[in-house]
Design a protein around this ligand. Sequence first.
Ligand code: 5GP
Ligand code: ZN
Length: 141
Amino acid sequence: MQKENCIFCKIANHEIPSHKVFENEEVLAFLDLSQVTKGHTLVIPKQHADNIYDLSSESAQAVFATVPEISRAIQQETGAAGMNLLSNTGKVAGQSVSHFHLHLIPRHDKHDGFGAKWEVHNEEYTADELATFAESIKNRL
Ligand code: 5GP
Ligand code: ZN
């Protein structure tokens, strides 16, 4: 289902043009307007979901089933040495469009324009605390 005023629903519905790289009944992949590196692609479900919390299993399966093949095609075309797959959820995580999307960002080297800060804080948690925490999450599933 489409959501009113959602730019990615409009792209999925061909109301707004995009540089498409893949399309089937449930999924569309197209070049990001902001090319972090050449070939930077967004994969979206055509059915609207605000973000990963909201995504149905069916849409998730449909989206993720397309990702290896699209990734390989981008890799072959760009000659990228690596690729980052990224989905921002919520403003605090950098989400600017509220329609679930997976970024596929071809990577070449440390200075190619993409970077994620990744500090490890293991000293703040004991093994017991982590075991209890994992159990608590598990109990919510
Ligand atoms: P986010 O910041 O939510 O993780 O990513 C949203 C992405 O959508 C941004 O990288 C932005 O460049 C891209 N974007 C926003 N509007 C459009 C559009 O109209 N067309 C395309 N192709 N990309 C868009
Ligand atoms: Zn939408």
